[in-house]
Ligand binder design. Structure first.
Ligand code: DC
Length: 228
């Protein structure tokens, strides 16, 4: 693809709307780096658990994030996540990490450290970055802003299929409750809550295939003056 300008594509939305899958494929098609900011908060959570830091000790949790050696390695298969040279790509997806991550993501020091890193990663453009506050806070000047969403039933169902395929035994109604509680925590937290940016384009994936959602995003990039 002939890329004139290296765009910054910000994709925000609630858990399970398909952000990671759609963002990863869009990044591949654009030959851009894919930056999964949720994975960054998960990596901090993994380290907090690993170091047996008390989750309610905000200062120590923030220090853990401030000193973490967090590395994202991009390839066609996706992004590998390393913490202090340990490959945590799979470990950060366990239900234990999922349950704790929204608490860790509410910590102001953790957010400051991650946002700083995210801005550095986006600085030169040519990135698709997904999360909750990318278009509103991390890179408000992003060239393309998407708010990707889907019904809670559909999001719970997708998470159930994903976890079941990995061998985890989970109940659909419990997943639905967990996603609802994460939505609440993400939307109601004081710092950088999940809100739709005024200038974001909403894509509801409840009845869309992954390919259709990706096509919409590529179409928006192509529409940017001086873009693709
Ligand atoms: O997208 P995910 O489920 O992997 O995100 C994990 C958690 O991190 C989720 O509780 C929301 C939080 N998060 C955040 O607060 N800000 C971001 N930019 C990305 C994720």
């Amino acid at each position: 693809m002939n890329i004139m300008k290296k765009l910054i594509v910000a994709i925000d939305g609630p858990a399970g709307a398909g952000k990671s899958t759609v963002a990863r494929i869009a990044a591949q098609r654009l030959c851009y780096a894919y930056i999964d900011t949720g994975a960054m908060y998960r990596a901090v959570t993994w380290k907090v658990m690993r170091c047996q830091v008390a989750v309610d000790d905000a200062e120590v949790v923030a220090r853990t994030a401030g000193t973490i050696d967090l590395r994202l390695e991009y390839s066609c298969e996706g992004t590998k996540v390393y913490v202090d040279s340990t490959d945590v790509t799979e470990a950060i997806r366990t239900p234990e990490v999922s349950q704790l991550v929204s608490v860790i993501a509410q910590n102001g020091g953790v957010r400051a450290a991650m946002v700083d890193l995210q801005r550095k990663l986006a600085a030169d453009g040519g990135v698709v970055m997904d999360g909750r506050d990318i278009g509103t806070h991390v890179v408000p000047a992003a060239d393309v802003k998407i708010f990707l969403t889907a019904s809670i039933e559909e999001r719970a169902n997708r998470r159930w299929l994903e976890l079941t395929a990995k061998g985890f035994k989970v109940k659909l109604d419990e997943l639905k409750a967990e996603i609802a509680s994460r939505d609440k925590a993400d939307c109601e937290r004081e710092i950088s809550p999940l809100v739709q940016a005024d200038d974001a384009v909403v894509i509801d994936t409840t009845n869309l295939s992954i390919a259709q959602a990706v096509d919409k995003i590529i179409g928006l990039c192509e529409g940017i003056d001086g873009g693709l």
